[in-house]
Design a binder for this molecule. Structure first.
Ligand SMILES: Nc1ncnc2c1ncn2[C@@H]1O[C@H](COP(=O)(O)OP(=O)(O)OP(=O)(O)O)[C@@H](O)[C@H]1O
Length: 259
């Protein structure tokens, strides 16, 4: 399997604290991988290192064969890695469609107006982005809310829009920080279906940090477990469910407290 992401020996120290240490894993094409572990395990720090929000103390991150270690997030996104945040991060004063246009335009180096593109090419670029935005509105079910200000959407729809903005940047890999946080059971199940549908249609890989075990176990092809900054296990949902170290450190009794 061709790796989209290769994380090699990644480490981050905050003073004397090793928040992430010796973390290595790969994500293949079209793979959905979950990153789980107890509070303070280093999951968000790992995300911040991979997405360029933090500089690692050690190790490297390679995206599609390109070393992106230490690159700023704005550069990383242009190389095909997008990220969504724990709290829905949308531009509240812009409409749903405008939010998606901003996502789609953020991957272009500079503005299309300053590219020296011919008028015909500019029109083509705008038409392509417009098509893309319409497609994403349809897939996510946000089309009826196209002209609604994002700040006026329900929390569930704002979370969807957060993911939709990530998708609009045409990523090869989408990192999602607790996509199901704050959603009720039904919203969670719907969100899981949406992620799988988008992954299938857009042929993208996903890495998600999530405490909601039902969604992780159902959605992910593979799961990585971190405890105290280190990877303690990696495997399929069935392997992770049955792993005694994982049960002891995180999952507890089989009727997970986290679902
Ligand atoms: N900027 C920072 N400065 C100092 N310490 C930090 C910083 N960010 C995180 N830490 C510490 O690093 C450790 C790992 O934190 P991190 O947020 O990555 O864990 P997590 O697994 O994402 O936890 P949670 O599930 O609660 O979000 C924790 O001990 C945390 O207090």
């Amino acid at each position: 399997m061709k790796p989209v992401l290769q994380v090699r020996n990644l480490g981050k120290n905050f003073g004397g604290l090793k928040a992430v240490s010796g973390l290595s894993f790969e994500i293949g094409e079209n793979e959905i991988v979950g990153l789980i572990g107890p509070n303070g395990a280093g999951k968000s720090t790992a995300f911040n290192l991979i997405s360029g929000a933090l500089r690692p103390s050690a190790g490297s991150t390679v995206l599609h064969g390109r070393n992106i270690t230490g690159m700023a997030s704005s550069q990383v996104v242009r190389h095909g890695l997008a990220r969504t945040f724990q709290s829905a991060s949308v531009y509240p004063a812009a409409t749903v469609a405008e939010n998606l246009y901003r996502g789609a335009l953020s991957t272009l180096q500079g503005s299309i107006w300053t590219h020296g593109l011919s008028t015909a090419k500019q029109r083509q670029a705008i038409a392509r982005i417009g098509q893309e935005v319409d497609e994403i509105l349809d897939i996510t079910g946000l089309a009826p809310h196209r002209d609604t200000l994002a700040g006026g959407l329900s929390y569930g729809h704002q979370k969807k829009l957060g993911v939709a903005i990530g998708i609009a940047t045409r990523p090869a890999l989408l990192l999602m920080d607790e996509p199901a946080a704050g959603l009720n059971g039904e919203e969670c199940a719907e969100f899981g279906r949406l992620l799988r549908q988008m992954q299938g249609q857009r042929k993208l890989s996903m890495l998600l940090v999530e405490h909601h075990m039902a969604i992780v176990m159902e959605l992910c092809h593979r799961i990585i477990v971190m405890v105290q900054g280190k990877k303690i296990a990696e495997g399929t949902p069935d392997e992770i469910r049955a792993n005694p170290d994982v049960i002891e450190a995180y999952l507890g009794a089989p009727d997970y407290a986290h679902s």
